[in-house]
Design a protein around this ligand. Sequence first.
Ligand code: FAD
Length: 285
Amino acid sequence: MRISERFATGSPVFSFEFFPPKSEAGFDALFATIRDLKPLDPDFVSVTWGAGGSTRRKTVELVIEIQRDVGLAAMAHLSCIGSTPGDLAATLDTLAEGGIDNVLALGGDRPRDYAPPAGAFTHANELAEFVRSRWGFCLGGACYPETHPLAESPETDLRHLARKVDAGVEFLITQLFFDNADYFAFVARARAAGIRVPIVPGIMPIVSVAGIRRMTAMSGARIPDELAASLAEVEHDDELTREVGVEWAALQCRELVARGAPGIHFYTLNRSSATRAILQGLRQG
Ligand code: FAD
């Protein structure tokens, strides 16, 4: 199933993102999460691409296993950083042989002291062109409502995004954000820049204050004052923090879908309960 076909139906497309666990116990827990979320009938799930070699193999194995054995359409994330075109070609061949139809083409984060292997691509548009030259995958890409942290300016970032779409990316998933105004303003700017593909909001329900501080430091996502104040009140109580996080994300999702977002991509952090609560609530209206 090509994800672009789901967007073409016009109904909201819901997806769940997972990451490859480090341990065997983590795999058991992940499959328990996936079984838990399967009855929600997501349009697709995705598995992130890690920095190290063993994690990468796990990404490929996981997407193939989830699609073949669990019966959910699965998309592999794939990034340029640290791979030669030959490495990427081998991965793409394995994914195609495993029946995977969808790839999220990413630049990836450069580790400190990064020395690119010979011929390595630097940016997602180069990876998208490479995939388009030999494989028939449906391609997604990443985008940043609050602008990519390393971009020279919002305008330059948008110009690069347009190049990525011109290179064959058929839908975009946003970095996490907590203020819908940032998403709607970004979509308006992207449309004005000629970007026509679906732009799916990526939503991460907050389940821990320390965790979200780490994530926002990395991604540059802004926490609105109202949410920061609510979190400060419950910071030392995990259950109350989770309730605040779920309530905020649920409100975000309801408004996003009501105002025409093409779906929601949930950053699940390999957990099921927050995503389940939000999506069930959304479907019940
Ligand atoms: P690019 O599109 O290459 O953009 C990166 C930066 O370079 C931007 O500042 C952009 O403006 C600039 N740029 C783009 N093209 C050009 C060009 N041709 N010339 C000059 N400058 C250019 N990371 C992982 O390691 N694994 C994952 O699985 C993963 N999944 C993600 C999923 C989503 C939905 C999102 C939003 C991010 C994900 N990331 C992941 C993080 C992502 O890899 C980083 O944010 C990375 O820094 C940028 O990736 P990109 O694909 O946006 O890169």
